[in-house]
Design a protein around this ligand. Structure first.
Ligand code: COA
Length: 192
């Protein structure tokens, strides 16, 4: 899954999604130091599947350099271009669907940034990539992420086991939004 030929807005050869407070653009190697700084946090690693701990610059470079069927997006703040975190849309085993992932650096938690970024990624996934569904998983103990998922409008699918590099086999909840639900959410407005 790539940004090529499917950008909502193109600028400087970057794919950019612009929201009220954020710019989401394809992650690049120059983001590695910021990624390493913020991802080297046990509270982030233990809530995600693939972040080891400790996490250093070489880990960030290897992550960015690995070829994979996934869109990795840097979440930055419009006002000052500050790097806030990462968001991803990865190929899902379900044909036509993708799996959403995200983390925000701890200094920036509690400002609604994850929700704003996730909503932009969802719009991109359905409007531009023409996905049939988007899935997202969070650990059962991840109250903050569950709240993000709820605020985006996902529906609960079920609870099962998933794997975290740091935490091992963990109980996690799966949520899903199909295309029709997204279309309905987008048209759910008060008539003028
Ligand atoms: C989960 C995470 C992405 C949230 O980022 P964020 O930018 O703070 O998220 P938002 O501000 O958009 O929304 C967080 C919501 O969770 C709520 N929340 C956070 N921690 C909570 C807690 N312990 N109990 C109850 N609610 C909590 C917030 O109040 C907010 O809801 P509200 O807007 O209704 O008040 C961030 O904490 C993070 O990166 N955590 C580690 C990695 C991770 O969990 N990634 C997701 C993997 S599924």
């Amino acid at each position: 899954m790539t940004c090529e030929d499917s950008c909502l807005e193109t600028d400087d050869e970057d794919c950019r999604l612009t929201t009220r407070r954020l710019v989401l653009r394809q992650a690049r190697m120059s983001d590695a130091p910021e990624i390493a700084t913020h991802a080297n946090d046990l509270q982030i690693a233990q809530m995600t599947s693939r972040i080891p701990h400790p996490y250093g610059l070489d880990d960030a470079r290897a992550f960015l350099g690995a070829a994979r069927d996934e869109l990795i997006v840097a979440i930055t703040r419009r006002a000052d271009d500050r790097f806030l975190g990462l968001c991803s849309l990865a190929a899902s085993p379900t044909p036509g669907a993708a799996e959403l992932g995200y983390w925000i650096g701890r200094p920036f938690w509690g400002n609604g940034y994850a929700t704003e970024a996730a909503q932009a990624a969802i719009d991109y996934g359905f409007a531009v990539l023409e996905l049939s569904a988007i899935e997202v998983r969070c650990r059962v103990i991840n109250t903050g992420s569950r709240r993000v998922i709820q605020k985006c409008g996902f529906g609960y699918v079920g609870t099962g086991l998933s794997t975290s590099l740091v935490a091992g086999r963990v109980a996690s909840e799966t949520y899903r939004m199909d295309r029709r639900t997204w279309q309905s959410l987008k048209s759910w407005q008060t008539p003028e």
